[in-house]
Design a protein around this ligand. Structure first.
Ligand SMILES: NC(=O)c1ccc[n+]([C@@H]2O[C@H](COP(=O)([O-])OP(=O)(O)OC[C@H]3O[C@@H](n4cnc5c(N)ncnc54)[C@H](OP(=O)(O)O)[C@@H]3O)[C@@H](O)[C@H]2O)c1
Length: 328
């Protein structure tokens, strides 16, 4: 009886020990996974007192965290997106925390008229003598096919053409900053397409695909960056393209809408918690490019995880780079 009881006790101890060990291993693994998936934090420090920063899409996600970080460094930050009420609330929150001025203006990148109005308002009322940093961050992803009122496929206009026009409008004051920086938020998704036909941005000849259109718009961001670098580096306007990582933000709402709510709340949440970056960590590479100490040396580069990375072969095509600025 005693022997049997002892054996039972040992088995119980061993099995519960095994389960404890297993639980510990799983918890440790998840902890490691969560930390590893966050990527690198920007380790550069600089003050931005007296500097003017313009960020598109600064009311949520990566843009909001970028705005907060640069505001903490003392910059006056101007954010632009469609939902002005939300932007004003966020601007006030940031301003209350940092003590630096944050201005929220209306901007719809799907309308060239709105982009021009946004730029005019900045140039005439909010930017003083110069704009020091422009962060072309706003974006949409995998949306159903739609034409803007300017006649363009919506992802290419919001993610690239709208930013192209904004950059052009703000260039006179970027040129006055000496030095100024332009940070274009691209994506690893640029590697999902092998080329960008600037004569078929609406994909009428090639055929539309939600993923394809997004990939091409993100490839356009890098081509644009490289051509900006070629044309403006000697005038002390430096340009960078950024892949922020895979970040848990509202941008995935078009994918989430395809799944039932219970799935998003369970599997989706688990995936976000352990495999995706937080918005704060997703903003680190944009922040790094905005303040890293050697702007000229690294101008024209594509960054991921706060260091220079190699973009796709298509992004290095010099003819397409030139066309990305000329054929508009
Ligand atoms: N999240 C990721 O995993 C990931 C990965 C690679 C690259 N990126 C890129 O990172 C950038 C930021 O994305 P996010 O993840 O932070 O997305 P998000 O949370 O959805 O934020 C997008 C921002 O863009 C603004 N926006 C959307 N459409 C606009 C329009 N037509 N005109 C002006 N502003 C507009 C939104 O504000 P309103 O709705 O008020 O306009 C919002 O502030 C995008 O360029 C995206 O392609 C993201």
């Amino acid at each position: 009886m005693l022997t049997l009881g002892g054996a039972g006790g040992i088995i119980l101890f061993m099995t519960s020990g095994f389960y404890y060990a297993l639980c510990g291993l799983v918890a440790g693994g998840l902890y490691f996974l969560r930390n590893w998936s966050q990527g690198k934090r920007c380790e550069v420090f600089a003050r931005l007192d007296g500097k003017i920063v313009v960020i598109t899409g600064g009311n949520t996600g990566i843009g909001k965290e970028t705005a907060l970080a640069l505001s903490r460094l003392g910059a006056k930050v101007i954010i632009g997106s469609r939902n002005v009420d939300k932007s004003k609330k966020v601007a006030q929150e940031i301003q209350d925390e940092t003590g630096s001025q944050v201005i929220a203006l209306e901007l719809d990148l799907a309308s060239f008229e709105s982009v021009q109005k946004f730029a005019t308002e900045i140039l005439s009322k909010h930017s003083g003598d110069a704009i020091h940093i422009l962060i072309n961050n706003a974006g949409v992803m995998f949306i159903p096919e739609e034409r803007t009122k300017d006649g363009n496929e919506k992802q290419i206009q919001v993610n690239h053409l709208g930013h192209f026009l904004l950059t052009k409008c703000l260039m006179p004051k970027l040129l006055k900053a000496k030095p100024a920086r332009i940070v274009n938020i691209s994506s690893l998704a640029h590697t999902w397409t092998s080329d960008l036909n600037v004569d078929d941005l609406n994909l009428e000849m090639e055929g539309y695909g939600q993923i394809k259109a997004y990939a091409k718009s993100k490839l356009a961001n890098i081509l644009f960056t490289k051509e900006l670098d070629r044309r403006y580096k000697d005038l002390e306007v430096y340009s960078y393209a950024v892949h922020p990582g895979t970040v848990a933000t509202e941008i995935s709402s078009h994918i989430e809408n395809k799944f039932p709510e219970w799935f998003n709340k369970s599997v989706g949440e688990f995936f976000k918690q352990f495999f995706l970056k937080t918005s704060e960590m997703g903003a680190q590479t944009s922040i790094h490019c905005a303040i890293q100490p050697d702007p000229r040396l690294l101008s024209g580069s594509y960054f991921a995880d706060c260091r220079v990375s190699q973009p796709s072969k298509a992004a290095l095509n010099e003819t397409t780079q030139k066309n990305s600025l000329d054929k508009k």
